[in-house]
Design a protein around this ligand. Structure first.
Ligand code: CUA
Length: 163
């Protein structure tokens, strides 16, 4: 049998521990927002786009674009029930920044290689810098149910070997 002084000591201990855990959780969430590992509030300006206004953005003519400095950007538009373009050719071993936006409902794209799995929220530009190292043809498919033609919404990634 513990006397009530000992019990109070234990209670105080548990109280202190839970205060530490709550503080860590709070700090974790706030720093995640600030460092933008959690997209949302702070990235709204940069990564959102009005789906009705693709004109004047690189999404008006989607596809792979090379900047003068040699960096590669791939723009893809997802809409029911196709990706535009639905075939993307990229050179193996080079960094490519993917920019994908859904314009109607939620779609999803997981590529056969390159550790890419993107959830495409309407109007939110999903951006990911990646590199495809293994030449080949990789077929994938929209992985969020988006309507009657969902299963026909396919995407082909062609990773080309350097010549
Ligand atoms: Cu797009 Cu399912």
């Amino acid at each position: 049998m513990l006397d009530h002084h000992t019990i109070e000591k234990y209670e105080l201990g548990w109280l202190a521990l839970s205060a530490v855990l709550v503080t860590l959780l709070f700090v974790g969430v706030i720093s995640s927002m600030l460092t933008q590992t959690l997209p949302g509030i702070f990235t709204r300006q940069a990564s959102y786009l009005d789906p009705a206004k693709l004109a004047g953005t690189p999404f008006a003519a989607p596809g792979l674009k090379a900047a003068p400095d040699g960096s590669l950007d791939a723009y893809v538009v997802a809409r029911a029930f196709q990706f535009q373009p639905n075939v993307l050719r990229v050179p193996a071993g080079q960094a490519v920044t993917l920019h994908i936006v859904a314009v109607d409902v939620i779609h999803g794209l997981m590529l056969g290689q390159g550790n890419v799995n993107l959830e495409l929220m309407p109007g939110h530009i999903a951006t990911l810098k990646t590199r495809f190292n293994h030449p080949g043809t990789y077929t994938s498919q929209c992985h969020e149910y988006c309507g009657a033609g969902h299963q026909t919404m396919t995407f082909k990634l062609i990773v080309e070997a350097p010549e």
